[in-house]
Design a protein around this ligand. Sequence first.
Ligand code: MN
Length: 132
Amino acid sequence: MRKITSRFPNLCILIVEDNFINQEVTKDILEYMGCKVALAKDGQEALQMAREFSYDLIFMDLQLPGMDGYEVVRHLREENVQKPIIVALTASALDGDKEKCFLAGMDDYISKPTEGAELEDILKKYFPTSRH
Ligand code: MN
């Protein structure tokens, strides 16, 4: 496993994930890189949090109880909440799913289970001016 060397101390990130283990793993890795991390456990909570605070990036699980990830993102983009980069956390990386993510207004996707190297690459891609 690749060692994480990047630091992103200025980033505020929202993780939307209903699985406790995935929440903890993703949060630990992001905090290790210095990010400030908030958690939402379902779509409704995610929507509310994203309306109230301007996160830099949202990691969005697609399968959530109630409102799913696609729907949350569609709502946010329709409301013109453009700021956060939104990255889907997908269980499958089928082409149809990727297409659906982009159509819903997501910027990118990574597959679950989330790994440190992948999270680091995403942050480096969208926030290249942070300290690496
Ligand atoms: Mn889920």
